[in-house]
Design a protein around this ligand. Structure first.
Ligand code: MG
Length: 401
């Protein structure tokens, strides 16, 4: 198959997953910090035989889809989304019509909410099309299957031999499935729940190929929680080299009206003296990250003698340290900051600081600690001559080859 297109079906509203992520439809919800649809797109873009990917969306989701697809705007294989219809079957037909002009040899139709589809499954579907016209990925049923009557009483035990749970991708010679969909629509049939069924209705033999159990359809909020745990576990396994760095910083007070701490401006009777915005918390944290990767310190990368950093927001320094971790293929896994000050009070601003630091480090907020203590009126900090900060950063890196 030289010219393979992919049709991602993302036209559902996904109400069953309820609750989390502000009621976004499932395919646009973040998973491991990235929308589900983007993950699914990347899975197919990884196969060089895929020449075009069209996504069928709900007409109300144009903005969500655009935000997702913007990340792929440099890849000419990713086509503009197509608005779907009232049923899944209609949505797929409209997507196929949009692909018809490009006349691909084959099309893989896939649920956008199955982001874990494996390269092996995609390969098996494309290869199977060399000898077949209609191929459905699925999992053989291993459980005993019962059919019950209206009272929940078993009416029948169904032999599981030859039973499959159909999943996606479902792969077809393009002309075959396009024709089947057009004929079904012309016959007034619009409720078939997968494209294998459309091909069956049109009289075509449909062949099953086994896919991995992990090719899950994200349906409920439990599915999302389990998927999140799985991604975290996979990331941690991939990055077994765990490092901890520590950083310390202190700045003196001078007359002013606010201090910047943890990326948050706090109105105060003094300000911190220094070259940049003098955010001691972010300076300590930046040094902790640099320490964990053995890459010098903040003063080495951002000289106080350099006018570019005069009054600069310290988030620039933190972002640079995080980028140095990312460039090594690693992640910042956890950070913890302690601010030592008699004043101002940190408590009311703690959550804002955690959020700012989390965003800068690409971390969920529950992996950011911000704590505060006084110096018990002892020493320079105790005499309110300045404030100090201590930070640790936990970094995970791949093992060097
Ligand atoms: Mg400093």
């Amino acid at each position: 198959m030289v010219n393979v297109a992919v049709l991602l079906v993302a036209a559902g509203r996904g109400l069953r997953a309820g609750g989390a992520a502000g009621g976004l439809p499932k395919q646009y919800r973040p998973l491991g910090g990235e929308p589900v649809l983007s993950r699914t797109l990347r899975a197919f873009l990884a196969d060089p035989r895929v020449g075009r990917i069209t996504t069928v969306i709900h007409p109300d989701d144009a903005d969500l889809a655009e935000a997702c697809l913007a990340a792929f705007q440099d890849d000419p294989r990713v086509a503009a989304p197509v608005a779907g219809g009232a049923t899944r079957q209609t949505s797929v037909r409209l997507g196929l019509e949009a692909l018809a002009e490009a006349s691909p040899d084959a099309v893989l139709i896939h649920d956008a909410v199955r982001p874990f589809v494996g390269a092996g499954t995609i390969d098996a579907c494309i290869r199977a099309l060399e000898a077949r016209a209609c191929v459905v990925a699925g999992v053989p049923v291993v459980d005993t299957v019962k059919r019950t009557d209206g009272d929940g009483v078993v009416a029948e035990t169904i032999p599981r031999d030859g039973l499959w749970r159909a999943a996606t991708p479902q792969a077809f010679r393009f002309a075959t499935i396009m024709d089947a969909h057009r004929r079904a629509a012309a016959a007034g049939i619009d409720h078939l729940t997968d494209d294998g069924a459309v091909a069956e209705w049109a009289g075509h033999p449909v062949h099953m190929v086994a896919c991995e159990e992990g090719n899950l359809k994200l349906t409920t909020s439990d599915d999302f929680s389990a998927a999140e745990r799985r991604l975290t576990a996979e990331t941690f396994l991939r990055l077994p080299d765990v490092r901890v760095g520590v950083g310390y910083d202190i700045h003196s007070f001078e007359p002013g009206d606010a201090v910047v701490l943890g990326g948050v401006r706090i109105p105060h009777s003094q300000k911190l003296n220094g070259h940049s915005d003098s955010d001691a918390a972010l300076h300590a944290l930046t040094d902790a990250i640099l320490g964990a990767i053995g890459d010098g310190d903040i003063g080495q990368h951002f000289s106080p003698a350099d006018d570019r950093w005069k009054g600069a927001p310290s988030s620039i320094f933190l972002a640079d340290a995080v980028a140095r971790v990312t460039a090594r293929g690693g992640i910042v896994a956890h950070v913890d900051v302690t601010i030592v000050a008699e004043a101002p009070k940190v408590g009311p601003h703690r959550e804002a600081m955690r959020a700012a630091i989390a965003a800068a480090c690409g971390l969920p907020v529950d992996r950011v600690g911000v704590k505060a203590t006084t110096n018990e009126k002892i020493g320079a900090v105790g005499r309110r001559e300045g404030l100090a900060a201590i930070a640790t950063a936990t970094i995970r890196l791949p093992v060097a080859p």
